[in-house]
Write a protein that binds this ligand. Structure first.
Ligand code: ADP
Length: 455
């Protein structure tokens, strides 16, 4: 037989009391004598017993049915299925219990969904970070790493279970990790990658504290090569600009002092000195104006105003605009561009590109030489070539020719009024148009500077 719970016993006892009360009531109504008759007693006891057991069975059936249902759903909750709900059939205590359990399942479900969403967000951030992240245990053994770390440590399958310092490329990271694990404080360092030459990494290792002790460490490595290169370029640029400005400034100051020191009275030399001062001031002006052009181009302040430009007409206009320089000068410039060749470009900026290239060609080619402007039609761009039969450029200089202030022969460039910025301005403008620049030359063989402009 099934075990009777205290609540069921209570129900049975109350029904027994009801039955006893019914007997007493019968005795009072029918009179004690009639009640005491044997058949009447048997009838009363039998009736009461039947009533008690029937109603008790009914009540316990109902009770255990509802509780069984609640227990079943509660078991599903415990197993993680929070989508089930207990049907609420009454407003009593059992109903209240069902309602409370359903509300608890709602709340739990909401929290589990929130936690899952947060986990997915973190997982997405972890996987797509540009930084390499490695999580180790207290002994420096890898527990987790993101895809960037797998590339950095050359561990395509993930290095879980291996010591960080044993991974290829690991020692650079593990040094910081071991220090953080030993000292319990974050450690930052800058190191060169042992696997990829020239790559500079910034490594930060932070210990993970678990109930007071250090249970592991998170190592974050960031590739800072581009930043460092940019800083070096900026430093070089400032040094170059200062140097370029100092030369004419020193000359101007020197000649002014000489004039003030008495040379002003010497009419013949004073004129000559003033001429030199004027030349250096012009040089300063050229440098500052080229620097301004470059900085405007670099800051993006000068947005391109593109229109359809016919190349031959543009070149003809330029040559005619400076006849002494290009058409009637000691170096003859010929425009071989075919009529009708169109590009979409910013006319003023394209003028600047032509002027800088033509200027150089004429400047560096000895008198009697010739310069030709021509073009080739490519699939989706036009390639413009400025070709001279001048002295040419030694091949070792070609890769750096478009850098700021780069000159093959500094003294000669200065003598010819150059700033060393002309070609870098050309490169900037052409790249802003989505094109590219280049040069083909060899010593004694003339030079061909070219650029492409999308049609
Ligand atoms: P610069 O103001 O000195 O002309 P650029 O940036 O225009 O500066 O040119 C950089 C250097 O490239 C020049 O100093 C020169 O050495 C070389 N160069 C440019 N064009 C020519 C050319 N047509 N022939 C020979 N060398 C050239």
């Amino acid at each position: 037989m099934k075990y009777l719970s205290p609540s069921k016993l209570l129900v049975l006892a109350s029904y027994a009391l009801v039955a006893a009360a019914a007997c007493l009531l019968t005795a009072a109504t029918l009179g004690v004598e009639s009640v005491l008759r044997k058949e009447n007693i048997l009838l009363a006891v039998g009736g009461s017993a039947f009533f008690v057991f029937a109603s008790a069975w009914l009540v316990t059936r109902l009770l255990s049915g509802s509780l069984g249902e609640i227990t079943g759903v509660a078991r599903r909750f415990a197993a993680g299925d929070l989508s089930s709900r207990i049907p609420v059939r009454s407003s009593g205590e059992i109903g209240e219990l069902a309602r409370t359990l359903n509300a608890m399942a709602d709340e739990l479900g909401r929290r589990v969904r929130d936690a899952e969403l947060r986990r997915l967000e973190l997982e997405a951030a972890f996987s797509n970070m540009a930084e390499a992240v490695v999580v180790t245990d207290g002994a420096g053994v890898i527990a987790r790493m993101n895809p960037r770390a797998r590339t950095l440590l050359q561990a395509p399958g993930g290095g879980q279970g291996k010591r960080l310092m044993d991974m290829p490329g690991g020692p650079e990271l593990s040094e910081a990790a071991l220090k953080a694990l030993a000292g319990g404080l974050p450690v930052s360092s800058e190191t060169k990658s042992g696997l990829e030459p020239g790559i500079v990494l910034s490594v930060t290792a932070s210990p993970i504290r678990e109930q007071g002790s250090i249970g592991g460490c998170v190592v974050v490595a960031r590739d800072i090569t581009a930043e460092r290169r940019l800083e070096a370029m900026r430093r070089d640029f400032v040094a170059n600009v200062s140097h370029e400005l100092r030369t004419p400034l020193t000359a101007i100051t020197g000649y002014v002092e000489t004039l003030l020191g008495g040379a002003l009275e010497d009419k013949e030399h004073a004129r000559e000195f003033l001429g030199v001062i004027g030349e250096h001031a012009k040089r300063l002006d050229n440098i500052v104006s080229d620097l301004l052009k470059l900085s405007r181009l670099e800051s993006g302040a000068s947005l391109l105003e593109k229109s359809e430009v016919e190349l031959k007409a543009l070149a003809d206009g330029l040559l005619a605009g400076f006849p002494a320089r290009f058409l009637d000068g000691p170096v003859k410039v010929t425009n071989l561009l075919a009529p009708g060749l169109m590009v979409r470009a910013d006319r003023a900026r394209l003028d600047q590109v032509f002027i800088n290239l033509l200027d150089n060609a004429v400047k560096f080619t000895p008198a009697g030489g010739s310069v030709q402007v021509s073009a080739q039609e490519l699939h989706d761009a036009v390639k413009v070539l400025v070709q001279d039969d001048g002295p040419g450029i030694p091949v070792e200089h070609l890769p750096r020719l478009f850098e700021r202030f780069y000159r093959v022969d500094k003294a000669r460039s200065r003598e010819l009024g150059g700033t060393g910025l002309g070609l870098s301005i050309v490169r900037h403008i052409v790249e802003m148009h989505g094109g590219s620049v280049g040069v083909e030359s060899a010593e004694g063989k003339g030079s061909t500077f070219w650029f492409t402009i999308p049609k």
